[in-house]
Design a protein around this ligand. Structure first.
Ligand code: AMP
Length: 283
């Protein structure tokens, strides 16, 4: 695996492999890798000829009071994990390399960026879209792979690709969980043992929703009320949002249907965790 830190070098390497090897699969990450990331890397390895992963803790997607500085970083460990998975290139630019002095251009996906996580993280998706578009220009992937864990991010990026006619296909991979149900996240490393246990309330309440829907309940408010009640009983938890929305406009739905996104963000102490479920109704 070749580690590349400059945009010029990455573009040059892409020019060479595009001609010689064919399809490029791209897995953008912020590092502190776990099985969730690796499952995406494996999908990329299976479906495309050349796999490029990136590790970049993107400053523009963090709010002024968020954890940009504290975000866990361990390049040596991450690089060894990616190497073991057979990744061909790791792109690891510095913030100064990606945003040179005087950077002024941003990408916004209107409306969608203000819903769900966008309400408590203003500017977050503008930062995500901007960095992903920049990375797409540098890496020129045929297929880019993302996780369902960040459901709103995946929906917004799909919209960006359609709206800007980008020549890339996105693939969204399922959420990978710990054996007890907690969705894997680099931010789980912040949780104390007690918080870690409290954090299980997210996946538990999604399972509860699934059971209710499985029994035939279709009223969104009834299912959401049960979820909110369950989370409310956990003393360390504070709800940011728990919603049932359509995956096109991220608008709340009254009636749960096949494809409805049940999405939630909950603070456990100071740590904000997200989780979600796409409803699949038996035909
Ligand atoms: P991050 O490093 O948090 O920016 O995540 C990089 C990619 O991995 C994003 O596409 C995430 O949606 C995805 N990802 C993070 N956690 C998980 C998980 N538990 N399961 C599946 N994909 C994930």
């Amino acid at each position: 695996m070749k580690i590349i830190t400059t945009i010029g070098e990455m573009k040059a390497a892409v020019r060479v492999v595009k001609d010689r090897e064919g399809t490029i699969g791209f897995v953008p990450t912020m590092g502190c890798l776990h099985e969730g990331h690796l499952s995406i890397v494996r999908a990329a390895r299976q479906k495309t000829r050349v796999t490029i992963a990136s590790i970049f803790v993107n400053p523009t997607q963090f709010g002024p009071h968020e954890d940009f500085k504290a975000y866990p970083r361990d390049l040596d460990r991450d690089a060894a994990m990616l190497e073991r998975e057979g990744v061909d290139f790791l792109f690891h630019p510095s913030p100064g390399e990606m945003y040179f002095e005087g950077h002024r251009t941003y990408v916004e996906v209107h409306d969608l960026q203000d819903k769900l996580c966008g309400r408590s993280r203003p500017g977050h998706f503008r930062g995500v879209c901007t960095v992903v578009l920049k990375l797409f220009e540098i890496v020129r992937p045929d297929v880019a792979f993302f996780g369902q864990k960040d459901a709103q991010q995946a929906i917004i990026l799909q919209r960006m690709v359609r709206d800007l006619d980008l020549d890339v296909r996105l693939e969204i991979l399922p959420i990978i969980r710990e054996s007890d149900g907690l969705a894997m996240s680099s931010r789980n490393t912040y949780l104390s043992a007690v918080e870690r246990r409290a954090g299980l309330v997210l996946s538990r309440s999604l399972r509860e929703a699934e059971v209710k829907i499985g029994k035939g309940e279709r009223r969104a408010e009834t299912v959401l009320a049960a979820m909110r009640e369950m989370v409310g009983r956990e003393s360390l938890a504070r709800i940011d949002y728990i919603e049932a929305v359509d995956t096109d406009r991220l608008e709340p739905v009254l009636e749960i249907a096949d494809g409805t996104l049940m999405a939630m963000a909950v603070y456990i102490g100071k740590i904000r965790l997200i989780d979600n479920l796409i409803v699949r109704l038996e035909k």
